[in-house]
Design a protein around this ligand. Structure first.
Ligand code: UFG
Length: 330
C-alpha cells in the first residue's frame, strides 16, 4: 500500500515516515514543499517529492505516478501566534490546501486519510481530562482552521465514501530514539526545545510565561506526548481504515499534566545544567490546563504510549539537540 505523506519532512511527519517504512505492506512517499520541512529529515531510502498541496494538478499527477492508496496529511502552518497576526496564511495553507488535497484524492479515487489535528480545536476546556465529545471552541485561528478541515473530512466522507481518522495531538515533544531526527522549527516557540537550547548555551535564558494560573505551582499544565508514540498512532489509524474501520476522531495525549516549572526542573536534572530562568507575564491565549483523555484510541485501536514519561521525552530531545545544536544545519 502506497501512502502519500504530506508534510512528511516536518517534525511529526518525518517520525511517522520512519515508523511506516518499517511496517510490512506500507510504502511512504513524502510530499513536502519545504517551507518548514527539512529534506535531511527524510531517509535516503524514502521517495521524496517536492510539491505543494494547493496545486491540485500536480498532487493528482503524483497520486497517479506513485499509485497512491492512502494519505497521511501533516502539511500545514502551525504557529498559534502567527495565525492570529496573519490569518490569511492559515486559511490559504491549511483550509484551501486541505480542500485541494481532498479534491485531488476524490479525483484520483484515494479513499483513506489520516489527518493531523490538534488540541487547539477545543480552546479553553470546561474541565479536564478532555474527551473527544467536548465542545470545540478554538481560541486561535490555527485551531479554527484545523476544526474547519475536520468538518470538510466529515462532509467528504459522507458524500463521497472516503474514510478518515483525525488525530488531535496534545503537546508533541521528544525526538527519535536514535536521535537522527528531531524538532527544528524557525522560529522555535515550544517549551522543551527552548529549554534545551538554553541548557546548551545557544540561548541565554528560559522565560516562564505566567506564574499566576490556578494550578498547583501557578504555571500552565500540559500533556506531553512523545513523537514516537504519536507516530505509532498514525500507523494504527491507517490500519484501522484499511481494515474497513469507520471514520474516527481521537485525542492523543499521555493523560497526565505537567507544569512549566516541572518541565524545567526535569530538564535541569536530565541535562545536568543549571540554566537561567525568568518569570514573565502570561502569553496571550494560553489555557491554564490542557490534558487529554486518550481512552478512546486505547480502547478502540489498542494504542499504548511507550515513551511518554517526561524524563524520556526530555532525554531523547536532549540527545537530538546535542547531536544537532543548530538543527539540521549543523
Ligand atoms: N511556555 C513558557 N515559556 C516558553 C514557551 C512556552 O512558559 O518560552 C509555556 C506556555 O505558556 C505553555 C507551555 O509552556 O503553558 C507549553 O507551550 P508550548 O508553546 O510548548 O505549547 P502549547 O501548549 O502552547 O502548544 C501546543 C501545540 C500547538 C497547539 C497547542 C494547543 O504545540 O500546536 O498546544 O493549545 F496548537
Amino acid at each position: 500500500m502506497n501512502v502519500l505523506v504530506t508534510g512528511g519532512a516536518g517534525y511529526i511527519g518525518s517520525h511517522v515516515v520512519n515508523v511506516l517504512k518499517k511496517e510490512a505492506g506500507f510504502t511512504p512517499i513524502v510530499y513536502d514543499n519545504f517551507s518548514t520541512g527539512h529534506p535531511e529529515a527524510v531517509a535516503d531510502d524514502v521517495q521524496l517529492v517536492e510539491g505543494d498541496i494547493r496545486d491540485i494538478e500536480f498532487t493528482r499527477h503524483v497520486m497517479a505516478q506513485f499509485e497512491i492508496d492512502a494519505v497521511i496529511h501533516f502539511a500545514a502552518s502551525s504557529l498559534v501566534g502567527e495565525s492570529m497576526s496573519d490569518p490569511a496564511k492559515y486559511y490559504v495553507n491549511n483550509v484551501e490546501g486541505s480542500l485541494h488535497l481532498l479534491q485531488a484524492m476524490k479525483q484520483s479515487g484515494v479513499d483513506y486519510i489520516v489527518f493531523s489535528s490538534t488540541a487547539a480545536v477545543y480552546g479553553e476546556p470546561e474541565k479536564t481530562p478532555i474527551c473527544e465529545d467536548f465542545a470545540t471552541q478554538p481560541t486561535n485561528v490555527y485551531g479554527r482552521t484545523k476544526l474547519v478541515i475536520e468538518g470538510m473530512l466529515k462532509d467528504y466522507a459522507m458524500a463521497y465514501g472516503m474514510r478518515y481518522v483525525a488525530l488531535r495531538y496534545f503537546n508533541a515533544a521528544g525526538a527519535s530514539l536514535t536521535a537522527d531526527i528531531g524538532e527544528d522549527h524557525h522560529p522555535e516557540t515550544h517549551l522543551i526545545p527552548l529549554i534545551l537550547k538554553t541548557a546548551q548555551g545557544v540561548r541565554d535564558r528560559v522565560s516562564i510565561f505566567g506564574t499566576d494560573y490556578p494550578t498547583p505551582d501557578g504555571t500552565c499544565l500540559r500533556d506531553y506526548i512523545h513523537v514516537e508514540d504519536l507516530a505509532t498512532a498514525h500507523v494504527l489509524a491507517l490500519k484501522h481504515l484499511v481494515g474497513g474501520g469507520e471514520s474516527r476522531v481521537y485525542n492523543l495525549g499521555s493523560e497526565a499534566g505537567f507544569s512549566v516549572r516541572e518541565i524545567i526542573e526535569t530538564a535541569k536534572r536530565v541535562t545536568g545544567v543549571d540554566f537561567a530562568v525568568t518569570e514573565e507575564a502570561r502569553r496571550s491565549g494560553d489555557p491554564a490546563v490542557l490534558v487529554a483523555s486518550s481512552e478512546k484510541i486505547r480502547k478502540e485501536l489498542g494504542w499504548q504510549p511507550q515513551h511518554s514519561t517526561v524524563e524520556e521525552i526530555i532525554k531523547t530531545a536532549w540527545k537530538w539537540h546535542q547531536n544537532h545544536p543548530h538543527g539540521y544545519n549543523g
